[in-house]
Ligand binder design. Structure first.
Ligand SMILES: Cc1cc2nc3c(=O)[nH]c(=O)nc-3n(C[C@H](O)[C@H](O)[C@H](O)COP(=O)(O)OP(=O)(O)OC[C@H]3O[C@@H](n4cnc5c(N)ncnc54)[C@H](O)[C@@H]3O)c2cc1C
Length: 525
């Protein structure tokens, strides 16, 4: 029998698509609201040269391999879009999507008789039941039609909301400057990488051609844009990559090697939340191997790249960076561009604008003339998430210091709602698909959530554990980066499925794990 509860999914990027597929499979009839006119989210609005950084075997739906025509290990963004279109058609997702419909607000309305203070709740339900739809309220989802000439607004009342709104779009993060030292003091063009990405090739080329462009940032978007502009302009108009901190960057073949070898054995080298004595001891004994591997790779990177020459040696370990999920791949022509003079690397802890350029480090003699500045400085993903909630109570739940999400998708104090795609991971698709399967089974009533206190304790345990590796780079959405398999074990156990997915002990210990290992998750009786 089809469940009568109404579920809304916000966003039709990868997270929204995979959530929708698994809910359909459990008999639900979800509505997906997508602010734009296409599926694919970030992959539909990115720069020409963007490719996957994750090898495609790990960035693949468990039951839907990449088409044989895609030969590359790291497909380009157009190939990713093609793959997502195929997935959406194959599993009947497209008819569920309402395009050009932006969710502007969601508001939890408690039904009469259930108005007790939510902060006193012991479980997701104000009554004794943990059933996800019986918390005594419903969500009002306010939807704006972005294509309609007169911007129509509709309100949908639903039983459950799955937020799949994406972390890398919509609300750009730009550094703050004192008055008259920011972009307003500058005569040139200033924009964010998000605006550069949606411009398309022609406009982007027109904006940057024969201009001295400065790209601010050190992560993937900054690197890709800088290389693209350097290639366009050559050494006559060199592009500058301006950054605060040097990061380890890897060649794609090394990334592919590391991903292939993410096995249980490797995870034994990492401490686990709430581990017992045996696991703790095993980790103590094996963790020197991890440190050795990290040093070895660092030495190799120093050997293949002129890091010292360009002051690009990071002052943190590769492991710390991996744990914080901030290890971009480096295009193979990056240091060629640097050596050839079309790309200039500049490290500066701070800078300000002047009329014709930038003053680096706040010093008078570090004048850096430039014609255009592109901020590739990331997104305000927390603010974006918070701002979709009408109620202060929920906004506070998501304020800076609060806990990570339970199983990386449930906020213990926000009932009848899940957040997918916010967990940073070496493969967002893999992580999100696992959680979509888990969520669909939960909504189908196949297991219950623990109490709010238990969920918070569990989430805190993960936080403490991962802070130890990522140190000051820890963010609460980077919980299971080092422990994908261990985390999947927990999800499998919740779903009453066997977490051991290989057919021999040797493979179980040493073979890499990936999405296809979880294709058929059948609950054991
Ligand atoms: C340049 C780049 C390269 C990347 N490379 C990799 C990689 O190699 N490996 C990897 O694992 N990850 C990578 N990522 C991360 C990437 O974001 C994820 O892999 C994944 O695509 C995220 O999907 P999503 O659905 O969660 O979010 P998004 O793709 O951001 O999709 C969110 C969707 O929600 C819609 N939306 C947002 N708000 C609303 C609203 N209020 N109402 C209605 N609709 C809304 C948006 O329009 C969008 O379509 C990369 C990201 C970028 C930007």
């Amino acid at each position: 029998m089809q469940p009568k509860q109404r579920v809304v999914i916000v966003g039709a990027g990868i997270s929204g698509l995979v959530a929708c597929k698994h809910l359909i499979e459990k008999g639900f009839d979800p509505i997906v609201f997508e602010a734009y006119g296409t599926v694919g989210g970030v992959w539909s609005r990115t720069i020409e040269s963007t490719k996957l950084q994750t090898p495609k075997q790990l960035y693949q739906f468990s039951d839907f391999p990449w088409p044989a025509s895609v030969k590359e290990t790291f497909p380009g963004h157009e190939q990713v879009m093609g793959y997502l279109d195929l997935y959406a058609s194959r599993f009947g997702i497209l008819p569920k999507i309402k395009f050009n419909c932006k969710v502007t607000r969601i508001n939890y309305v408690v039904e009469p008789g259930n108005a007790e203070d939510m902060s006193d709740w012991q479980t997701w339900s104000s009554s004794s039941s943990d059933w996800p739809f019986s918390s005594g309220g419903k969500w009002n989802v306010v939807v704006q039609d972005t294509a309609a000439a007169c911007a129509g607004v509709e309100v949908y009342q639903v039983d459950f909301v799955v937020l799949c709104i994406g972390k890398f779009s919509d609300l750009p993060r730009v550094p703050e400057f004192p008055l008259k030292e920011g972009p307003e003091a500058f005569e040139g063009k200033v924009l964010h990488s998000m605006d550069y990405a949606v411009m398309g090739r022609g406009l982007a080329a027109a904006l940057t051609r024969e201009k001295r462009v400065t790209v601010v940032g050190s992560q993937k978007s900054a690197i890709d844009i800088a290389v693209e502009v350097a290639k366009r302009n050559g050494s006559r108009y060199p592009c500058t990559l301006l950054f605060k901190t040097a990061h380890w960057t890897l060649p794609d073949y090394l990334v592919a090697f590391m991903f292939r070898n993410l096995s249980r054995f490797v995870e034994f080298m990492v401490h686990k939340p709430g581990e017992g004595f045996f696991l703790w001891l095993l980790t103590v004994l094996l963790s020197p191997l991890m440190a050795m591997f990290s040093k070895l790779v660092e030495t190799y990177l120093r050997w293949i790249y002129p890091l010292k020459k360009y002051d690009m040696v990071p002052d943190h370990s590769l492991i710390e960076q991996f744990a914080s999920c901030m290890t971009p791949t480096l295009p193979s022509n990056f240091y060629h561009a640097v050596e050839g003079g079309s790309l200039v690397l500049k490290k500066s802890p701070s800078f300000r604008f002047c009329h014709t350029g930038l003053i680096l480090d706040g010093g008078a003699h570090s004048y850096h003339p430039t014609d255009a500045v592109i901020f590739a400085t990331g997104y305000e993903s927390d603010r974006k998430l918070k701002s979709i909630f009408s109620a202060n109570y929920f906004q506070k739940c998501l304020a800076g210091s609060s806990y990570p999400l339970y199983r990386e998708c449930i906020h213990p104090r926000i009932p009848q709602l899940a957040i997918l795609g916010y967990a940073d991971s070496p493969s967002v698709l893999y992580t999100t698909e696992m959680r979509s399967k888990w969520l669909a089974q939960f909504l189908a009533g196949q297991f219950e959530l623990p109490t709010i206190r238990e969920m918070e304790d569990e989430a805190r345990k993960w936080e403490r554990c991962m802070r130890r590796y990522a140190r000051d780079k820890y963010e609460r959405y980077r919980v299971s980066v080092m422990l994908q398999i261990y985390c999947n074990d927990q999800l499998c156990r919740d779903m009453r499925c066997n977490p051991r997915r290989k057919n021999s002990l040797l493979a179980e210990l040493f073979a890499g794990y990936g999405p296809s290992d979880y294709e058929n998750l059948i609950p054991e009786s």
